[in-house]
Every structure is written in structure tokens, then in C-alpha cells.
Write a protein that binds this ligand. Structure first.
Ligand code: SF4
Length: 320
């Protein structure tokens, strides 16, 4: 029987799952991911994690709790850097350490460091799984080279999460909204209270940062005076600036995590650029205390304002 690798459905799962699944299958393991986030997973995460952590990190703890008795290994890489001279949030870097210190009776954690080498490649990082699994470094690197293209299939795979509803109401002009934020805030339907369906059911066309090419993201994020060395910040800024300048969007909803230092800076940088260009923007902050009724009220008010604006006038303050 094949040994199993658990992949928690949280944090950068939404950026790398097709690649990670293909890699472990290529080297002969079965991959089991935790289910979509639900109330039990949230409760387990809150119980296991330190209070000060942001909601995505708490939810990640819940996914690990779910998997820990069901698999032989859990894959929780220390993701340091995805591009040269750029870094991930310290909580992403420190995730395997947080988990090992917060949760007892874990199976072996595969906590390889993922970091670009001098040539900007990742194969050496994946070669490190040989330390945990029955495979040599050279074989692991060979396997990684075979499946590496899967990292380019992520946007396609995310279509499984995006709503399928065709835009039904064709009589009014379609409203295009950029749903901005970390991938785990945008694509975890439990965490964001089903915002993808809520928008889609109101005939809103949803655009996400993943719809903008890496080349464009880099070009537009370079327009701020100071270099953005947080990869995920660069992605939010670059995609928003590009879509604002191209006049491709009617509004922006920024999903932020309560207590996230990065979001507190990004939301202002994006807001200033949006307001300058007369694009309405709203920030919705997520944490375990966020009530759905209040969330829905703010969302509906914003969408109604956008619909009136589109239909009747063009002079409503775009300010949050
Ligand atoms: S970037 Fe923000 S939301 Fe993401 S892990 Fe770090 S603190 Fe949490």
C-alpha cells in the first residue's frame, strides 16, 4: 500500500496544490488533502493556535488537526522566497515551527525550505524531500523537473473554485469587480463567507489577481517609489494598478485579514490609486469574530451603490 502525504487545505495550498500533488504522486506517494474549511476545522484551529495569529493561520492549524491521524506525513514547507530578493510573510516562513509547537501527536512533518537558488530555480528545494522519504535527492529532483509545468496550471485549477454561474442579467451593463487579497482569503469559501457566490449571484463579473500575468504585475508594482519585497504584496499592488489603469474594473473589494501587517499597508496603497482614478473600493476584514449579517450588509450596500452609479450617475465618492 502506498504511503500517504497530507496537504492541508490552507495558506499557500491555493497557489501550489497542483504542483505539490503532481510531485508526490510522481515519487510514488498518495496525496490526501483536508476537506474544504468548515466550522469544525475553524474550531480546531482556534483551539490549537495562539490567539494573536491571523485567521488564515488559525484555519491552517485546523486543517492539520484534521489530517494528523489520517496520513503518514504532512507536507508543511517553510516557504521563504518565491522570487529573487523577495520574501513571504514571517508567518508563512514560520508555519512548520508554529504547527510543531502547537499541535501534539503529529505524524512526521515534511518541512523542507522552499527558496529560489542563484539561478532562480526550485528543484533543489524539492530535492530535500529525500531527507524524509525513501528517495534520493537526485531522483526527487528528476521527478520535480518532470512535473514542474504544473505550477503554470494553477489559474486553470482555480476555476474549480470560481463560481460557474454565467452572467444571467444581460440587460444591465455588467459590473466588473476585482476581488483582491491573499489567495487563501479569496478562495477559501468558508473564510470569506461565500463571497464568490454572493457576487456571482448578483451578476458581478469577478476578476482576481491571478488573472493578471506575472510580467504585468511586476511592471505595474515597480511604479511605487520603494521596491516591494513581499511577493504577495507585489501581486496585489501590481494586479490592482494594472486593472485600474486599463479601466478594466468598476470597483475593488479588498479582503484583508484582521491583524495582518502586510494588508494594513497594501490596502492603503491600493486605495489611494483607486480613489485617484475614481474607482470605488471597500475593505472587508476577516477574522473569527466577523458576523455574516454585518458582512452581507456592507457588501450589499457597496454593490447597490455600484449599480446605481453605473445606471444613473458618476459622482458618488469612491472613498471607502
Ligand atoms: S500575510 Fe497576513 S494574512 Fe497572510 S499569514 Fe501573514 S499575517 Fe497572516
Amino acid at each position: 500500500m502506498k504511503k500517504t502525504i497530507g496537504i492541508p487545505r490552507g495558506m499557500l495550498y491555493y497557489e501550489f496544490f497542483p504542483l505539490w500533488e503532481a510531485f508526490f504522486m510522481e515519487i510514488g506517494y498518495e496525496v490526501i488533502s483536508s476537506p474544504k474549511t468548515n466550522k469544525d476545522i475553524l474550531d480546531m484551529g482556534i483551539e490549537a493556535c495562539v490567539d494573536e495569529a491571523c485567521l488564515p493561520v488559525k484555519i491552517f492549524h485546523g486543517h492539520v488537526e484534521y489530517l494528523k491521524d489520517k496520513v503518514d506525513y504532512i507536507f508543511i514547507p517553510k516557504i521563504t522566497s518565491l522570487y529573487k530578493r523577495e520574501y513571504c510573510c514571517p508567518k508563512i516562513l514560520g508555519l512548520p515551527y508554529m504547527i510543531k509547537n502547537s499541535i501534539d501527536d503529529l505524524p512526521e512533518i515534511i518541512d523542507i525550505e522552499i527558496n529560489t537558488d542563484r539561478k532562480g530555480k526550485f528543484e533543489g528545494s524539492y530535492g530535500k524531500v529525500g531527507k524524509y522519504l525513501n528517495i534520493s535527492r537526485r531522483e526527487a529532483i528528476r521527478a520535480y523537473r518532470k512535473i514542474e509545468d504544473n505550477k503554470d496550471k494553477n489559474r486553470e485549477w482555480l476555476n474549480n473554485i470560481m463560481p460557474k454561474n454565467p452572467l444571467r442579467n444581460k440587460t444591465e451593463r455588467i459590473i466588473n469587480i476585482l476581488l483582491l487579497g491573499h489567495s487563501y482569503n479569496v478562495f477559501d469559501e468558508f473564510m470569506n463567507m461565500g463571497i464568490l457566490d454572493k457576487l456571482s449571484n448578483r451578476d458581478i463579473r469577478i476578476i482576481v489577481a491571478e488573472d493578471v500575468s506575472e510580467e504585468d504585475i511586476r511592471m505595474y508594482s515597480d511604479k511605487i517609489p520603494k521596491r516591494m519585497f513581499w511577493t504577495h504584496g507585489r501581486r496585489s499592488i501590481g494586479s490592482a494598478f494594472k486593472l485600474i489603469e486599463d479601466e478594466k474594473i468598476d470597483g475593488i473589494i479588498y479582503l484583508s485579514s484582521f491583524g495582518c501587517g502586510l494588508d494594513s499597508v497594501l490596502v492603503h496603497l491600493v486605495s489611494y490609486r483607486a480613489v485617484e482614478n475614481n474607482i470605488p473600493i471597500m475593505e472587508l476584514t476577516l477574522d473569527e469574530q466577523t458576523g455574516e449579517a454585518g458582512f452581507n450588509t456592507r457588501l450589499e450596500a457597496f454593490l447597490d451603490m455600484m449599480k446605481w452609479r453605473n445606471r444613473n450617475e458618476d459622482n458618488i465618492s469612491p472613498s471607502r
